[in-house]
Design a protein around this ligand. Structure first.
Ligand code: SAM
Length: 303
C-alpha cells in the first residue's frame, strides 16, 4: 500500500487542443483524473489516480495503447502516460511545475517565488507568481514587450512609460525595475488592477499609478515617452488615435509598443498606425504573435 502522503497515479502532458480527445479516452476507460491547463505555456498536465503502483503501471500501458490508436487525431505530440508516485505535497503544488524561471531578455529574468536563479551581475530578476490574470511572461506578446522594453531602457534611460492593459502587472513591474519613471498602468478588469497592485507591492515597488479604466475613456495624468499596449489588435486599431495622443514627443520621438496581434493581423495594424504618422522601428514574431515597436516623430501634428 502507498503511504497516506503519496498518491499512485499516471502522469502525462498534452497540447490544450488535444484535451477533448484525451478526455474522451479517459472517460471511456472510466478513470478518475484531473488536469491543469496553462493557456500561456500551451501545456496541459494530466493525472489519472489509481489505488496502487501496480495498477498505475497497468493503466499507463492501456492508455499508451488507446492514445496510439488515435495518433492521427492529435495536433500536438502524442502524450506518453507514465506511472508516477505523487507526494501529497507535490500534488497540492503540481501546477507549479509548469512555471520555471527563465531569461526573457538580455537583462530580465522571470522567476516564480519557489524557483532559484543563479543571477549574473546585470540580471534584473522579476519575481512574479502566476495568478488569475494574464501575464505570467510566457506568452509571446508579453515576451516581445519585455524584450522591447529592455532595449528601450538601455537607449533612453529614465523616461515615462504607460502600461495599457496591465493584466498581472508584469510590464509595470519590469518598467519600474528597468528604471522607467514615472510609470502608470491601467486595465478595465478590476481583478487585474488589484493583482497589479498586489504584485507591485509584493515586489516593493510603490511608485506606479494603477487605475481601473477602459482604453475608450482612460486619460493619462501626463503624456508618456513610451506607451506599451498589449491588448487585442481590434481594440488597438479602434483606439489608435487615442494611443498616439498619449505620446510625449516634447523631448524627441516617442515610442509605441503594440502587442496582442496575431501575425495575420499585423499588416492591418501597420497600415492603421502608419497612416497616423507612426514609423515602424522593429517587430518580433514569437509563436503566432507579431509585436511592433513604432516611433511617433517629434514635432509632427497629432492625429
Ligand atoms: C493580453 S493581456 C496583457 C497583460 C500584460 N500587460 C502582459 O503583457 O502580459 C491584455 C490585458 O488588457 C486588458 N484589456 C483588454 N481590453 C481592454 C480595454 N478595452 N481597456 C482596458 N484594458 C483592456 C485585459 O483585461 C488584460 O488584462
Amino acid at each position: 500500500m502507498p503511504s497516506t502522503d503519496t498518491i499512485p497515479c499516471v502522469e502525462f502532458r498534452a497540447a490544450p487542443a488535444d484535451l477533448p480527445i484525451v478526455e474522451a479516452i479517459l472517460e471511456a476507460a472510466e478513470l478518475l483524473w484531473s488536469s491543469y491547463t496553462n493557456l500561456e505555456t500551451a501545456q496541459v498536465l494530466v493525472w489519472v489516480f489509481t489505488d496502487s503502483a501496480a495498477e498505475a503501471a497497468a493503466v499507463a500501458d492501456r492508455l499508451n495503447t488507446a492514445l496510439a490508436a488515435r495518433r492521427q487525431d492529435f495536433t500536438g505530440a502524442l502524450p506518453r502516460p507514465a506511472a508516477a508516485m505523487l507526494r501529497q505535497e507535490d500534488w497540492e503544488h503540481s501546477w507549479q511545475r509548469l512555471f520555471k524561471a527563465f531569461r526573457v531578455s538580455s537583462r530580465l529574468v522571470l522567476k516564480p517565488s519557489w524557483e532559484t536563479w543563479p543571477a549574473e551581475p546585470r540580471d534584473i530578476i522579476l519575481e512574479l507568481d502566476p495568478g488569475m490574470c494574464f501575464g505570467t511572461g510566457y506568452h509571446g506578446t508579453t515576451r516581445a514587450c519585455l524584450e522591447f522594453m529592455d532595449d528601450l531602457a538601455e537607449q533612453h534611460g529614465r523616461v515615462s512609460l504607460l502600461d495599457a492593459g496591465c493584466g498581472s502587472g508584469i510590464l509595470s513591474l519590469a518598467a519600474a525595475r528597468l528604471g522607467f519613471e514615472p510609470v502608470a498602468a491601467f486595465d478595465h478588469d478590476p481583478q487585474a488592477v488589484a493583482m497589479t497592485q498586489a504584485n507591485l507591492e509584493r515586489a516593493g515597488v510603490s511608485r506606479v499609478e494603477v487605475r481601473c479604466a477602459d482604453l475608450a475613456d482612460y486619460a493619462p495624468a501626463r503624456p508618456c515617452r513610451v506607451v506599451v499596449a498589449n491588448i487585442q489588435a481590434t481594440a488597438l486599431l479602434e483606439h489608435r488615435q487615442r494611443l498616439c495622443q498619449w505620446l510625449d514627443t516634447s523631448a524627441g520621438p516617442a515610442t509605441l509598443v503594440l502587442a496582442g496581434i496575431l501575425t495575420a493581423q499585423y499588416p492591418g495594424i501597420l497600415a492603421g498606425f502608419t497612416s497616423l504618422g507612426c514609423r515602424e522601428v522593429d517587430r518580433r514574431t514569437i509563436d503566432e504573435w507579431t509585436s511592433g515597436r513604432f516611433e511617433f516623430p517629434a514635432g509632427q501634428k497629432r492625429p
